[in-house]
Unconditional design. Sequence first.
Length: 136
Amino acid sequence: DFLRIDHVGIAVADLDGAVKFYAETFGMHCVHEETNEDQGVREAMLAVGDGSGPRLQLLAPLRPDSAIAKFLDRAGPGLQQLAYTVADVEATTAALRARGLRVLYDTPRRGTAGSRINFVHPKDAGGVLVELVEPA
Ligand code: V0V
C-alpha cells in the first residue's frame, strides 16, 4: 500500500546551482546529499517548512547514459518523478504487476539513505514516473 508521498523528484543539470536557487528563492535547505552510482545521479534532499512532510529531491546526472541525462536531453529540467513511501516494496511490486503495470526492476535497488526502491513505467501510470520507496 502507498502510505504517503515520500518525495517529488526534479531533474536539474547543475546540482549545486539548483540547491542555491531553492535556498535563496524558496528558503528550502538541503538535509541530505548523496551520490548514487547505480542510478547515475548526484542528489540533494530539501526539506519544506519544518521538514515533517514530503521532500524535494533534486537529481543531477553523473553520466550521459543515465536516466536523468536522458530525461534532461528530451524534456529539459523539471518534474521527473513522484515517489511514494511503501511498507514493503516487493509486496507492492507484486500487487501492481498483478494489475498489469510494468514495474522496472525484478529486485529492488538501493535508493536514498539505504532505502529500497523500484519504479512503475510512466506509460502505465498516466505519464508519471512513480517511484516506490521502502525506507531503511
Ligand atoms: C520517460 N518518459 C517519461 C519519463 N521518462 N514520462 C514521464 N516521466 C518520466 N520521467 C516517457 C518518454 O517521454 C517516452 O514517451 C517514453 O517514456 C520512453 O520510454 P522508454 O523508451 O521505455 O524509456 P526511457 O529510455 O525514456 O526511460 C524511461 C524510464 C527510465 C522510466 C524507463 O527513466 C528509468 O529507468 N527510470 C527509473 C530510474 C530513474 O529514473 N532514476 C533516476 C532517479 P514517448 O515519447 O514515447 O511518448 S534515482 C532516484 O530516484 C533515487 C536514487 C531515489 O529516489 O532514491
